[in-house]
Design a protein around this ligand. Structure first.
Ligand code: ATP
Ligand code: MG
Length: 400
């Protein structure tokens, strides 16, 4: 099989492959970029594999950076672009079902492709577009099948993260999983406990953000992987409910956790605790707490105070979750219009400050100032006061 229509990323990188070949070595595009080219979808990154050792790559190119030299990766800088070139390698002595302790550089492409996780990820392509397909990855791509390279039990034993990756690609690409591969995950699911939660987290979120999260989440439950993720073993029924949401589609990680917290029946604060166990960032945790609070606010998302506190972006996320759950009362357009019409968008927009109260009304610093400003803000948002300095001063002097 030969690819004739190259994406631009490949066209730009071809001189780099040719330079390596001219020096007497092999060089190929490998992995995800070949898979995605064959599927006709945008590439994330272009990975190049070569028989040249890192020191040999550095002799060929003027500008290189040692980005991961101990794993065999050197970045070549060419016309303002950076290309990661990784020496063909095998990964030996896997301990604890995690990443290998050390890699061995080899001169054979076949050895390199053998260590890859899935047949669709084990394709290579040379500078002329010739595809190297040693494990029938092309037919699995055509039939839209997820299948481990070689013996799936062995592969999942070597690196248990591959089980999550298999589910992730199922969802991301909307593929089905081949029976033996699926059974091997079911048989080895508990090995996932050996994997760092940060790495599981990445794959779990990619599963939810994929093209077919309904199938991805269903498979995550069916294979028992959920049991070896923080806290999830208590929530099988709720995870099943998420898997069954009609046309489940999620656009960002904030939406994912807001949905999970809500469907698990957790308070926004309890969702925070769950997310900490998953080692989520503080920033994301705060966003989810605000989004879930808005989602569950009984006065609805068009309430000016809710909209002000939550902000437009997170309110739209909350509205998306509402729609997924069958509550279609408010459109995004209505949310945007109502937000645009808010008289103030930030606390700093209020035409009155604590300093004004102290200077102009001779008030004493203290908690009352904060209470007054909160009251004023509420009344501005509810249209009971105009956001004009004189009017606000008049209101405060008459009422306090
Ligand atoms: P994407 O970048 O879209 O997430 P990808 O296929 O490029 O998908 P990467 O995680 O970037 O995935 O890995 C690049 C390639 O390295 C894969 O296509 C696969 O061949 C190989 N690979 C990555 N992780 C593993 C692993 N845990 N076990 C075996 N091979 C792996
Ligand atoms: Mg990649």
């Amino acid at each position: 099989m030969r690819i004739t229509k190259f994406p631009n990323e490949f066209i730009n990188a071809i001189p780099v492959l040719k330079s390596i070949q001219k020096a007497g070595f092999e060089a190929y595009f490998v992995g995800g970029c070949v898979r995605d080219t064959l599927l006709g979808i945008p590439l994330h990154d272009v990975d190049i594999a070569s028989s040249a050792y890192p020191a040999e790559i550095k002799e060929i190119f003027k500008k290189t950076v040692d980005t991961g030299i101990e794993h065999g990766t050197v970045m070549v800088l060419d016309h303002g672009e950076g290309y990661e070139i990784t020496t063909f390698r095998t990964e030996s002595t896997y301990q604890d079902f995690r990443r290998p302790d050390h890699v061995t550089f080899v001169r054979s492409l076949e050895e390199d492709l053998k260590r890859r996780d899935l047949t669709i990820n084990a394709l290579a392509m040379d500078a002329d577009g010739n595809v190297v397909d040693l494990f029938d990855g092309l037919s699995d791509l055509k039939n839209r099948v997820i299948r481990a390279v070689g013996d799936p039990h062995e592969r999942y034993h070597e690196d248990a993260l591959r089980m999550m990756r298999s589910i992730r690609f199922m969802s991301q690409l909307d593929f089905t999983i081949e029976d033996e591969t699926e059974n091997a995950i079911l048989a080895n699911a508990e090995l996932l406990e050996k994997i760092a939660i940060e790495r599981i987290h990445v794959e779990w979120i990619k599963t939810l953000l994929g093209k077919n999260p309904n199938a991805g989440v269903a498979e995550f439950i069916k294979t028992n992987l959920y049991k070896y993720c923080p806290e999830f073993d208590q929530y099988k029924e709720q995870l099943n409910k998420i898997a069954a949401i009609p046309n489940l589609s999620l656009a960002n990680e904030n939406q994912c956790w807001t949905l999970i917290g809500h469907e698990f029946g957790l308070s926004p604060q309890a969702t925070t605790v769950l997310m900490r166990k998953w080692k989520s960032s503080k920033e994301l945790i705060n966003q989810v707490e605000a989004t879930q609070t808005a989602l569950e606010n009984e006065t609805g998302l068009l309430n000016s105070e809710v909209l002000f506190e939550t902000g437009l972006e997170l309110t739209l996320d909350a509205n998306h979750i509402k729609h997924l759950l069958g509550d279609n009362q408010v459109t995004d357009q209505q949310v945007i219009e109502r937000y645009d019409a808010l008289p103030i968008k930030n606390n700093s927009d209020i035409a009155l400050t604590g300093t004004d109260l102290i200077k102009e009304l001779s008030m004493h610093p203290g908690p009352q100032i904060g209470e007054i400003l909160a009251k004023v803000k509420k009344m501005i948002l509810n249209g009971q006061l105009k956001n004009e300095h004189q009017e606000l001063i008049k209101f405060v002097s008459q009422n306090y």
